[in-house]
Design a binder for this molecule. Structure first.
Ligand code: 13P
Length: 248
């Protein structure tokens, strides 16, 4: 049985005080649930959040990292810096990073490898644009994104990664992929993992859906057989809404 995983991606929201306020409202409500819950804050709030989540089951995630260990990369954050703070997860290859910061499948792959090497669990994002979907290219795009992201990643490590299928046209738009549409692509991702790593791995790896997930649609999404969780943007910024999503 795969344990569901719900992660809040706060994107570029919340100064540290606001981040702590939100975490304090949710941290004790996620203990001993059957769902793994992660909050992915801005870099600058990570340390302070880590201090307050202490013994709670709430996990901490970052939204990006660089693939090199260290060096002259002004403005970048390394995997070991995140590990040092006690970060558990790191989102890699979010479509906003691909779109606005020129991330490619190749840089995603380098980051996935470095995250794993450093003991961080990557949440690897994949997804197609509306044009690609309309042009019936969804499966080709997803295949390329998944296979390149996991190039040179071995079986034992891939189990500890999470894949997030986020159709770009559903992010922040209020448009959700229907749960069937999402499940169809997520099943396809699972089949790609199966072809590459075998059925044991494909049955274990967790694959999330992301894109306008909210309290009103989360149950339907989570009822799909292949969907193991959600990567939540807007609805993760308010404690009540996020907890409703978590308690789908
Ligand atoms: P929204 O839930 O705001 O659509 O954002 C989804 C997302 O990009 C999560 O990473």
């Amino acid at each position: 049985m795969r344990k569901p995983i719900i992660a809040g991606n706060w994107k570029m929201h919340k100064v540290t005080d606001e981040a702590l306020e939100l975490v304090n409202k949710i941290k004790d409500k996620v203990n001993e649930t059957d769902v793994e819950v992660v909050v992915c804050s801005s870099f600058v709030a990570l340390s302070e959040i880590k201090k307050v989540i202490g013994g709670s089951d709430l996990k901490l995630g970052a939204q990006n990292m660089h693939w090199e260990d260290e060096g002259a990369y002004t403005g970048e954050i390394s995997a070991s810096m995140l590990k040092d703070i006690g970060v558990d997860y790191v989102i890699i290859g979010h479509s906003e990073r691909r779109q606005y910061f020129n991330e490619s499948n190749e840089t995603v792959n380098k980051k996935v490898i470095k995250a794993i090497e450093t003991g961080l669990k990557p949440i690897v994002c994949v997804g197609e644009t509306l044009d690609q979907r309309d042009g019936k290219k969804t499966f080709d795009i997803i295949k390329e994104q998944v296979l390149v992201a996991f190039d040179n990643v071995n079986k034992e490590d891939v189990i500890n990664t999470v894949v997030a299928y986020e159709p770009i046209w559903a992010i922040g738009t209020g448009k959700t992929a229907s749960s069937n549409e999402a499940n169809e692509v997520i099943s396809y991702i699972r089949s790609l993992i199966q072809d590459k790593y075998g059925v044991g791995v494909s049955e274990e790896i967790r694959i999330q859906y992301g894109g306008s997930v909210k309290p009103t649609n989360v149950t339907e999404i989570m009822n799909e057989t292949d969907i193991d969780g959600a990567l939540v943007g807007g609805a993760s910024l308010e404690s009540e809404k996020f907890l409703e999503v978590v308690n789908f």
